[in-house]
Design a protein around this ligand. Structure first.
Ligand code: DOR
Ligand code: ZN
Length: 345
């Protein structure tokens, strides 16, 4: 039995760091685990310009604890009015690493998102020509489509057309949750990849209703049936360079989660690597963790691999039920449960 594994320092290719007090509370967790992270722009107001992203990056860096070496990689929130020139200039200056497509009203902070992808074609064409990745929240927003079908319908109605029309565009299908998404990504060209969260590898939709309604197991895209979870596990451990780590850690304070209309989002940053390691271990695929967590992401983005390593060891750890940090009260993913791997100190 393997009891210790050393991998290259990992990155998180999808995280919500928020702003203000909650940002200062959560940044240390991500910075302790990852060398870099792709930071989502769904603030209020959203990060739509390179100037806003440059300012946001300064605020994030000020929240990184001393002694930690962490680089936030900024993204542009696409709206119907997306400015192709500012996006390209921001990318050229190293302010933007990618741009994010939220279909309008698909999820938290997406009210200013894109109402119709045809409206942002000039920006997408520009991005394709300069090699700037497009990150997609892949769910249709049509309320007549069952919430558990919204990702699969998005592939049929939007994503396949986009991939066909812009064959040069680098696309990351974010936080995939279905077997349909895995099949789509597998059969697409090398310009299409996907991130997978820890929660979608650990839970299926039953977890949201286990003995009562479980707001801390609710995120978007919502967890699906067991067969989908199994397909995601297979993809994550496959060794395919198309799949890489993206936690989608999305903190909301307890009162916003435990509410008659609770927010979507799972705060998994504090034990993210421990959570992924558990999955790879259960699958007998610890040898594939390095690729998923530390190699495939930078390769897809065309960024250098991190220097240095981290070591995980088989040593049980109980995840606190609640984390009170910087005035915020947050429930972490796996709160109250035991994880069998931890990062060696
Ligand atoms: O569960 C989610 N929470 N999914 C998203 O797409 C957004 C995120 C958030 O910002 O809270
Ligand atoms: Zn997200």
């Amino acid at each position: 039995m393997t009891d210790q594994i050393t991998i290259r320092r990992p990155d998180d290719w999808h995280v919500h760091l928020r702003d203000g007090d909650i940002m200062r509370a959560v940044v240390p967790y991500t910075a302790a685990q990852f060398a870099r992270a792709i930071v989502m722009p769904n603030l209020s107001p959203p990060v739509t310009t390179s100037a806003m992203a440059a300012d946001y990056r300064v605020r994030i860096l000020a929240a990184v604890p001393e002694g930690l070496d962490f680089t936030p990689l900024m993204t542009c929130y696409l709206t119907d009015a997306a400015d192709a020139d500012d996006i390209a200039a921001g990318f050229a200056q190293g302010i933007f690493t990618a741009a994010k497509l939220y279909p309008a009203n698909a999820t938290t902070g997406s009210a200013h998102g894109v109402t119709d992808v045809t409206k942002i074609m000039p920006a997408l064409e520009k991005m394709a020509s300069i090699g700037m990745p497009l990150l997609i929240h892949g769910e249709v927003t049509d309320s007549e489509v069952d919430i558990f079908d919204r990702e699969a319908v998005f592939i049929d109605r939007i994503l396949s057309g986009l991939v066909r029309d812009l064959p040069e565009l680098k696309i990351v299908f974010e936080h995939i949750t279905t077997e349909d998404a895995v099949q789509f990504v597998d059969s697409a060209g090398t310009n299409v990849a996907a991130t997978i969260t820890p929660q979608h590898l650990h839970i299926n939709r039953n977890a949201i209703f286990a003995g009562g309604i479980r707001p801390h197991a609710y995120c978007l895209p919502v967890a699906k049936r067991e067969k989908h979870r199994l397909a995601l596990r297979k993809a994550a451990i496959s060794g395919s360079v198309k799949y890489f780590l993206g936690t989608d850690s999305a903190p909301h304070e307890i009162h916003a989660k435990e509410s008659a209309c609770g927010c979507a989002g799972i705060f998994n940053a504090p034990y993210a690597m421990e959570s992924y390691a558990a999955v790879f271990d259960e699958e007998g695929a610890l040898d594939k963790l390095d690729g998923f967590a530390s190699l495939h992401g930078p390769q897809f983005y065309g960024l250098p691999l991190n220097k240095g390593t981290i070591t995980l060891e088989r040593k049980a750890i109980t995840v606190p039920e609640k984390l009170k940090t910087g005035g915020a009260s947050l429930v972490p993913f796996h709160g109250g449960d035991q994880l069998v791997w931890q990062i060696a100190k």
